[in-house]
Design a protein around this ligand. Structure first.
Ligand code: SIN
Length: 485
């Protein structure tokens, strides 16, 4: 039973063309802290996805033609409603995703921040006038909405990954069809309830979920979809991007990471430990920017390991609605199995577990006990693949060049972290890391005001910040030939 102050937020249908669409079939949504079913959501497929593209196409001309200030007003209203409903949205999120309530509240604020940021940016989607290449030439470049946008978003941030895409799309004058993760659809649908209440016109924002492959097929192949944005795993991102090329869509991809977290001998040890805790254990280790490999220089290694161990021992995995919980469950049993496999593989290769957290959550929940491993070899699974769970592994290194070599020895390139009190080294190493984001003496790099995105197989495109609109606009050159009077 989901008890909300505003029960209207709890809907289970698709939202297409401003109307709520049920379906004969449904799929169930589970609470990962208990395994219990909390809702049955309408299961839609390719037909509904096509109807949603119809609706988004029909709504596009009027939405794109609105004044930027008017679009900004709608976004502002949506933002205010999200903020006003924080408690309910956070509760829904904790129930379907598992993260502790405090983290869910934080994510709602984070999600809302993208809407307010892009409400402001809507009025700054400026063009450029270029001096003509002859006396009779006038060259004007304008930025126009790219068209209908399709977005597929993940379960780890059920609200913020939506607003980070839909905010700039709507600000630019695009319309959107969203397929949220089938593991966490309730948060997405609640955002649509609030978009509707904010007066955003029918068809501007549509949501369809259910048969993910069938919906994904429509969103990646329908020629009316001109832009496709995906956050999720690297293999799925590659497959979807390849399909998009059949109709040459604009694509942006936020894919997996394998973040190195480098601690030099000269680092502030307390700052490095709190940065590592924030980066590694946020959302139970289920973020693309989570520290995945903690590289520690030999001179500070034992002290850092001991200090981190005492923090890891304080982690308590349980029901996110319980006060004592500071670590939620993982999303499902497969996620727990992966963490266990990475831990066992590292131990088999000579690593040692020096600290463990507790599990206080109910039986049936997908809990993984946090663990800290030392002496992890560079070729351990947890160093090569994204663990996406509460397992921290320390790798020892000697010289600055070794740290950069180990850090860059991956196909991923999303986020990296460096802790040092030597300014020159901080700059040098940050520049040498092949990553889209570097946290220098901080474990928290995500904010609506800065660009988020990776290089290499972590994807392309940037979300948030002044650059976040770029993926939703096309440049148009108007080359005018002027007759002399
Ligand atoms: C992600 O894990 O994909 C997003 C994390 C963030 O925005 O900080």
């Amino acid at each position: 039973m989901i008890d909300l102050a505003n029960p209207e937020l709890l809907r289970t249908e698709a939202y297409i063309g401003g109307a709520w669409q049920g379906s004969e079939e449904s799929y169930s949504v589970q609470n990962p802290a208990s395994g219990e079913t909390i809702a049955h959501v309408a299961r839609h497929g390719s037909q509904s996805a096509s109807l949603a593209v119809d609706a988004a196409s029909a709504a596009l001309p009027a939405w794109a033609a609105l004044g930027a200030g008017d679009r900004a007003q709608f976004l502002r209203r949506w933002h205010d409603l999200i903020v006003a409903n924080t408690e309910d949205l956070a509760r829904l999120m904790t129930l379907e995703q598992g993260k502790p309530l405090a983290e869910s509240r934080g994510e709602i604020a984070y999600a809302a921040s993208f809407i307010s940021w892009f409400a402001e940016e809507a009025r700054r989607i400026n063009g450029t006038v270029i001096p003509g290449n002859s006396a009779s030439r006038r060259l004007t470049v304008i930025r126009q909405p790219v068209g209908v946008v399709a977005a597929i978003t993940p379960w780890n941030f059920p609200a913020a990954m939506i607003t980070r895409k839909v905010g700039p799309a709507l600000a630019a004058g695009c319309t959107v069809v969203l397929k949220p993760s089938e593991l966490t659809p309730l948060s997405a649908i609640a955002l649509a309830v609030l978009a509707d209440a904010a007066g955003i016109a029918a068809g501007v924002f549509n949501i369809v979920s259910g048969d993910a492959p069938a919906i994904g097929d429509v969103l990646t192949t329908d020629p009316r979809v001109r832009k496709f944005s995906f956050t999720g795993s690297t293999p799925v991102g590659k497959m979807l991007a390849a399909k998009c090329m059949g109709t040459v869509k604009r694509v942006s991809l936020e894919l997996g990471g394998n973040a190195p977290f480098i601690v030099f001998d000269d680092a502030d040890i307390d700052a490095a430990v709190s940065g590592a805790m924030a980066s590694k254990f946020r959302n139970s280790g289920q973020t693309c920017v989570c520290a995945n490999r903690i590289l520690v220089q030999h001179g500070i290694y034992d002290r850092f390991a001991a200090a981190l161990a005492s923090e890891v021992a304080k982690l308590s995995a349980g029901d996110g609605l319980a006060d004592e919980t500071n670590q939620g469950p993982l999303i499902n049993a497969d996620a727990v199995r992966k963490v266990t496999a990475h831990r066992d593989d590292a131990v088999a290769r000579g690593a040692r577990i020096i600290a463990r957290g507790q599990v206080t959550g109910p039986a049936g929940g997908h809990f993984a006990r946090a663990a800290l491993l030392v002496d992890v070899p560079e070729d351990a699974l947890l160093a090569r693949e994204e663990t996406f769970g509460p397992l921290a592994g320390l790798i020892r290194f000697d010289e600055e060049a070794d740290a950069i070599r180990i850090a860059n020895a991956t196909t991923a390139g999303l986020a990296a972290y460096v802790f040092t009190n030597d300014h020159d080294r901080g700059v040098r190493v940050s520049e040498g890391l092949a990553y889209g984001i570097v946290g220098l003496n901080t474990g928290a790099v995500s904010t609506e005001v800065a660009p988020f995105g990776g290089i290499k197989e972590s994807g392309f495109g940037r979300e948030g910040s002044q650059f976040g609109v770029d993926d939703y606009v096309s440049l148009k050159l108007i080359a005018a030939e002027i007759k002399a009077k």
